[in-house]
Design a protein around this ligand. Structure first.
Ligand code: GAR
Length: 217
């Protein structure tokens, strides 16, 4: 049985699209049951509809700071679509600790940095200002703290001296679209398990997984 997944979005939904595409494969252990947006103007909604995925819009703005009231409506939608796992894909709204606890071990997020470096806003600018030579993307389980939690998968890219936040973001986004479906595959097939604050997987580390940057030539 495929695990039923909700993707939560606030914007363009390119990670959502990558997950929808991956889930089309017969052997993929999850199906995208619903896409939920907290913004009516999220571009990803049209992309999801075009892909034949049910969509729900729960505009969060009128709820203001009443996160619990928003989450009650959200939970009802998740129940209605019999959702078992949640993937956040650029979902720009914080959850209460209660909601996070309820979905403990069943909710993933993706963030465009090698966490725990550069959580929060403008991770690409943060990476450039720190002068790191390697950055990347991280898929992690969601905990109450923003952009933190047990790491399921990471992918790295070299940072060039002439990178801007835009060029770096574009290269990292391509990595995001590769690792998010793979991380969901691990979780949905029962191959990602939590041991306290650490996620262990039965997947193999890339034996040639070395990235040194810059190269001295
Ligand atoms: C992605 O780059 C994702 O990693 C980031 O928002 C973007 C959403 O793009 N998420 C965060 O920064 C979470 N803190 P998308 O809507 O095209 O998937």
């Amino acid at each position: 049985m495929k695990r039923r997944v909700a993707i939560l979005i606030s914007g363009r939904g390119s990670n959502m699209a990558a997950l929808i595409e991956a889930a089309r494969a017969e052997d993929f252990p999850a199906e995208i049951a619903v896409v939920i947006s907290n913004r009516a103007d999220a571009g990803g909604l049209e992309r999801a509809k075009a892909g034949g995925i049910p969509t729900v819009t729960i505009v969060s703005k009128p709820f203001g700071k009443d996160r619990a009231a928003f989450e009650a409506v959200l939970q009802a939608a998740l129940d209605q679509h019999r959702v078992e796992l949640i993937c956040l894909g650029g979902f720009m709204r914080l959850f209460t600790a209660e909601f996070v606890q309820r979905w403990h071990g069943r909710m993933l997020n993706i963030h465009p940095s090698l966490l725990p470096s550069f959580p929060g806003l403008d991770p690409h600018g943060q990476a450039l200002r720190a002068g790191v030579k390697i950055s990347g993307a991280t898929v992690h389980f969601v905990i109450p703290e923003t952009d933190a939690g047990p790491i399921v998968m990471q992918g790295a890219v070299a940072v060039a001296d002439d990178d801007t936040a835009e060029t770096l973001a574009a290269r990292i986004l391509a990595i995001e679209h590769r690792i998010y479906p793979d991380a969901l595959r691990l979780l949905a097939s029962g191959r990602a398990r939590l041991e306290g604050d650490i996620c262990k997987t039965s997947a193999n580390a890339d034996p040639d997984g070395t990235l040194i940057s810059p190269t001295a030539g």
